[in-house]
Design a protein around this ligand. Structure first.
Ligand SMILES: Nc1ncnc2c1ncn2[C@@H]1O[C@H](COP(=O)(O)OP(=O)(O)OP(=O)(O)O)[C@@H](O)[C@H]1O
Ligand SMILES: [Mg+2]
Length: 367
C-alpha cells in the first residue's frame, strides 16, 4: 500500500486541505426490515463547506439519515449523492475514506493510545508510522489537546478530551465530509460550549462539509449555517438559524425552537454597528469608575462614597452579539453597559435605545 494522504501534512495551514463536497438527498426513504418507517421522501441539500445541523426529537430519523451518507444504512428508495455523484455508484472504501465520523462518547479504541487512535486512518491508508504520528500530534494541537496526553489511553481522559480526540481522529485522512452524531451530548454545558467554539474555529480554516446531528436547538443555532428540523421521518423546515427562529414554518417548529426564540435570534446578530457614547453627567447620580489604565472598576451608586457596584458585564462591540449587549444592560444597575476595547479599556457605554436601534437595523436588513 502506498501513502495516499498527502493532504494531511498541510491540514495545519488551510492551504491544501480538502474542502467539503456537497451532500444531497433526493426522494430518499428508509423503511427498516421490520417495517419501521424511519425516513420518508427526503429532499435535502447539505452545501459544500458548510455546517448543516439535523435537529429534532428522539426517534425522528436523524441518525438514520446521517448514516445513509456513509452507507452504513441503505436507503429503501431515492438517491444520496456526494459532490453530484450517486454514492451507491462509488467504491465503498473510497466513499468511507472521504468521510470522518464522530459519535457520542467518541467511540475510541480503548486499547490504543490517543496518538494511535488519531493515526488509525492514516495508518490504514499506508502512511508510515512516524509520519502518521507526527500528523496525529499536529491534529491534537489543532483540536486543543495538549501533546502530553498522546501516550494516554482513552479511559485516562475526561469526556471532553475524548470528544476532541474523536474529532481529531475523524479529521485524520483529511476527509471532505465530517459526519457528527450528537458528538457533544455527553459532556457538561461548559465543556460543550468550548467544544462548539473549537469546532467553529476549526471549520473557519478547513471548510469541510459537516453534517451534525443534535436534539438541542441551542447547539443547532450556534453551529449551523443551515438547520434541518425533522419531525418523525420528515423535514419540518430547512433554513438558516435566523429563518428558523424568526419565521417558523409550522406550529411544530415554533414549539421546537422554544419560547425564547427572540432571545436566541439576538445571539446571531452582531453588535458591531452600535456607537458607544460617553456616559452623561447626570445618571441619577450613578458614576462609572475607571482606573488609571482605563479599565472598568465598577459603578458608584448615588451618594455611596467609595462603595462600588461590580459592572458584572462589559461588552466588546466588535465581537459580541446583541444578546450579550442586552444581557449586560439587564444586569447593569443603571441601564447602561460599559463598552471595552481589545485591551479591556473602557471606550464608552451603550444604552437600551442604541441596542434597539441596532436591532431594528438588522431586522430591516434581513427583510
Ligand atoms: N436498525 C433498526 N431497525 C428498526 N428500526 C430502527 C433501526 N434503527 C432505527 N430504527 C427506528 O427508526 C426510527 C428513527 O431512528 P433514528 O435512530 O434515526 O432516530 P434519531 O432521530 O436519531 O433519534 P435519537 O435522537 O433518539 O438518536 C426510530 O423509530 C427507530 O426506532
Ligand atoms: Mg440518533
Amino acid at each position: 500500500m502506498t501513502a495516499v494522504s498527502p493532504h494531511l501534512s498541510s491540514i495545519h495551514s488551510s492551504a491544501g486541505t480538502r474542502r467539503g463536497q456537497s451532500v444531497a438527498f433526493e426522494g430518499v426513504s428508509k423503511i427498516y426490515d421490520d417495517g419501521t418507517p424511519a425516513v420518508e421522501s427526503l429532499d435535502l441539500e447539505c452545501p459544500a463547506g458548510q455546517i448543516t445541523v439535523f435537529v429534532g426529537p428522539s426517534g425522528c430519523g436523524k441518525t438514520t439519515t446521517l448514516r445513509m451518507i456513509n452507507r452504513t444504512v441503505a436507503p429503501s428508495t431515492g438517491t444520496v449523492s456526494l459532490g453530484g455523484r450517486d454514492i451507491h455508484a462509488m467504491d465503498l472504501t473510497e466513499l468511507r475514506r472521504g468521510m470522518g465520523y464522530v459519535i457520542q462518547d467518541a467511540g475510541l479504541f480503548p486499547h490504543r493510545t490517543i496518538v494511535e487512535n488519531i493515526a488509525t486512518v492514516p495508518r490504514l491508508l499506508g502512511t508510515p508510522r512516524r509520519e502518521a504520528r507526527r500528523q496525529a500530534l499536529e491534529l491534537m494541537e489543532r483540536v486543543g489537546l495538549d501533546q502530553h496526553l498522546a501516550k494516554r489511553y482513552p479511559y485516562q481522559l475526561s469526556g471532553g478530551q475524548r470528544q476532541r480526540v474523536g474529532v481529531a481522529r475523524a479529521l485524520a485522512g483529511d476527509p471532505p465530509v465530517l459526519l457528527m452524531d450528537e458528538p457533544f451530548s455527553a459532556v457538561d454545558p461548559v465543556v460543550r460550549a468550548e467544544l462548539q467554539e473549537e469546532l467553529l474555529r476549526l471549520q473557519r480554516d478547513i471548510e469541510k462539509t459537516i453534517v451534525f446531528v443534535t436534539h438541542d436547538i441551542d447547539e443547532a443555532v450556534r453551529l449551523g449555517d443551515q438547520i434541518a428540523v425533522f419531525t418523525t421521518g420528515r423535514l419540518a423546515q430547512v433554513g438558516t438559524p435566523a429563518k428558523i427562529l424568526t419565521d417558523p414554518a409550522s406550529d411544530f417548529v415554533d414549539e421546537f425552537v422554544g419560547s425564547d426564540a427572540g432571545v436566541k435570534w439576538s445571539s446571531l446578530l452582531p453588535a458591531r454597528d452600535i456607537e458607544p457614547f460617553t456616559p452623561p453627567e447626570d445618571l441619577d447620580g450613578w458614576q462609572l469608575v475607571i482606573d488609571d489604565e482605563g479599565r472598568c472598576q465598577g459603578w458608584r451608586p448615588p451618594g455611596a462614597g467609595d462603595h462600588l457596584v461590580d459592572c458584572r458585564r462589559t461588552v466588546r462591540l466588535a465581537s459580541d452579539s446583541l444578546r450579550a449587549v442586552f444581557d449586560a444592560l439587564l444586569l447593569s444597575p443603571c441601564h447602561l453597559a460599559p463598552v471595552i476595547d481589545d485591551q479591556d479599556r473602557v471606550v464608552g457605554v451603550v444604552d437600551y435605545a442604541s441596542a434597539l436601534r441596532a436591532l431594528d437595523r438588522q431586522r430591516e436588513a434581513s427583510r
